[in-house]
Write a protein that binds this ligand. Structure first.
Ligand code: ADP
Ligand code: MG
Length: 551
């Protein structure tokens, strides 16, 4: 037997590993299973090149729990390791990698979210001893057993193993016994390993017999080795895309449509993004995009990695160029990640433009679900705004849709304010502002409906972009100048106004907060003899500050 000391300067790394990764101990399973998958893939590659003549056709990774022995074992029939390779890959490199990693992020503990593991050594987060029993694929290789109890000392000796491959045996520590529960392991495998490229088996499929759950003969394979995003778009039907969506989110309503991403240059990226039904709601479920690296789950929180508005989309992104074992702050600053993010923004814009061009009617019927997303994108990403200008739709009070360009032809030449800006009239509440809307229409003006949560900031943005266009709510004082070009039929005296003013102010409490004008005018037949108009600018400022205050 050979004894040795793991090549590392600090005396004991394990306490540090444990401390840094306290938040998500369950990552260990992903690391150990994905190593087993890597080992299998390597052997498949060697076999395909004729460098290995054994059978690789029924490669699989199996996960077993032994509750009595308190162990979890992950076995593969992959490439295996010789004792020299264990020395090199386990004793040296992996450890120094871990040290370097911790060195880099020791001041940034919060940035290391548990989603990002430390490879093989993350098994020590949950184990007080880890054994490796491995037999290399190489001719004449003898099997080896490596044991380490979490101190830098290890033992390495010859062992028995008939087949080529590796067993990783984790002796679960007292604090981690939850991981000896079948349900817990199932849940973790489902989270991290659902789409790995090699079959991952966890026990047998069960059936119910005489009121008890019993094992069948069939392996309980927990993963789909060829998920939809890895296939070619031509090989997939709409139904396949929807089925995959249900695989990801079993309870969700069908999505509106999808975007299949497939880039090999200048970076690798595949994935399928879906537009969920958003409706006009602020309680959108964000962070439903799952990020993978070679089919290994990395995180389901893409915030800070893709532009904010894209976090409203659902689906999967997979890129081997997204590094697995790094902290979140590192991911956010990674140049590949930035390129990927702007590429996705562009693709999403292109896809919407295409849907608009090809199926405008369908696009219009989906507008209520889409517009929050599109408006959010226009407000926050200039690159997206440029594309969205062509498919952003205005809806008027007759439920007709217009692109920005089309709508301009509906603005009458005289529909301007005193500074000669074109005036876009809108209502944010067609029922409440009914008489104003009617008055405007009677004058031949069209009225837009701008009534969702982002309407006010969007109007501000549009006015910034087009300095000669003004948006004026139908009940605003500015509209008054525009609409009532002729003299009011009845003008109240100053005394009369003075007398009536407090009455109006009393029934309109918001008047206390910002000055709106109590004014009197005739809107024509079948309407109120008097109206209260409110300053567009002041009102909008107030709307904005209410939004920012979480209103
Ligand atoms: P990484 O996977 O990023 O290389 P790890 O710490 O997870 O880092 O693993 C270190 C190395 O140990 C691997 O690169 C591989 O060479 C070796 N290794 C780990 N698990 C296995 C296994 N099941 N079969 C063969 N080699 C393995
Ligand atoms: Mg690894």
């Amino acid at each position: 037997m050979q004894k040795g000391k793991i090549g590392v300067s600090s005396d004991n790394l394990f306490p540090i590993i444990k401390k840094f990764l306290y938040s998500d101990h369950d990552i260990f399973l992903r690391e150990i299973v994905s190593n087993a998958v890597d080992a299998t893939q390597k052997l498949r590659t060697l076999a395909s090149k004729g460098e290995y003549s054994g059978d690789v056709s029924n490669a699989k990774v199996s996960v077993k729990i032994d509750k009595d022995a308190k162990t979890i074992t992950v076995s593969d029939n992959g490439i295996g390791m010789t004792s020299e390779e264990v020395e090199k890959f386990i004793n040296q490199i992996a450890f120094s990698g871990a040290e370097e990693f911790l060195d880099k992020y020791k001041d940034d503990a919060n940035a290391i979210i548990g989603h990002f593991g430390l490879g093989f050594y993350s098994s020590f987060m949950v184990s007080n001893q880890v054994d490796i029993i491995s037999k290399s694929y190489r001719e004449g290789a003898t099997a080896i057993r490596w044991e380490c109890d979490g101190s830098p000392e290890y033992t390495l000796e010859a062992a028995e193993r008939a087949e080529v491959g590796t067993d990783i045996v984790m002796h679960i520590n007292a604090d981690s016994e939850e991981f000896l529960e079948k349900a817990r392991i199932s849940e973790m495998l489902n989270k991290y390993c659902k789409f790995l490229q090699v079959p991952v088996v966890f026990g047998k499929k069960t059936t119910w017999k005489d009121g008890a759950e019993v094992d069948t003969e069939e392996d309980n394979q927990i993963n789909d080795v060829a998920p939809a995003w890895t296939k070619k778009p031509v090989d997939l039907t709409e139904e396949d895309y929807n089925n995959f969506y249900r695989q990801l989110y079993p309870m969700a309503e069908d999505p509106l449509f999808n975007i299949h991403l497939n880039v090999d240059y200048p970076f690798n990226l595949t994935g399928i993004l879906y537009f969920p039904k958003l409706k006009n709601t602020v309680e959108v479920q964000k962070n439903k995009i799952q990020l993978y690296s070679n089919q290994v789950f990395v995180t389901d929180s893409v915030e800070g990695i893709v532009p904010e508005f894209l976090t409203l989309l659902h689906g999967v992104l997979d890129s081997p160029d997204i590094p697995l074992n790094v902290s979140r702050s590192y991911l956010q600053s990674d140049s590949n990640v930035k390129k990927i993010s702007s590429h996705i923004t562009k693709k999403v814009g292109d896809r919407l433009a295409q849907l608009f061009a090809e199926k405008r009617e369908d696009f219009e019927t989906k507008w209520d679900d889409l517009r929050l997303f599109i408006e959010y994108g226009m407000l926050t990403e200039d690159k997206f705004y440029e594309k969205a200008e062509k498919f952003f739709l205005f809806k008027n009070t007759d439920n007709k849709f217009f692109t920005m360009e089309e709508y301009e032809s509906l603005i009458k030449p005289e529909q301007t304010d005193k500074d000669n800006n074109l005036v876009y009239l809108y209502t944010n509440n067609p029922e409440e502002q009914y008489s104003f809307v009617q008055a405007a229409k009677n004058k031949g003006y069209d009225v837009l409906v701008m009534n969702n949560v982002l309407s006010t900031p969007l109007i501000n943005k549009l006015e910034q972009k087009y300095t000669s266009k003004r948006f004026v709510r139908v009940d605003s004082d500015v509209a008054e100048h525009l609409i009532a070009k002729e003299e009011p039929k009845h003008e109240l005296s100053w005394e009369e106004k003075n007398e009536l003013s407090p009455i109006f102010k009393a029934v309109c409490p918001e008047n206390k907060d910002y000055g709106f004008v109590v004014d009197f005018k005739d809107l024509g037949e079948n309407s109120f003899p008097m109206v209260i108009t409110r300053n567009e600018f002041m009102r909008r400022m107030k709307d904005m500050s209410a939004m920012q205050g979480g209103g």
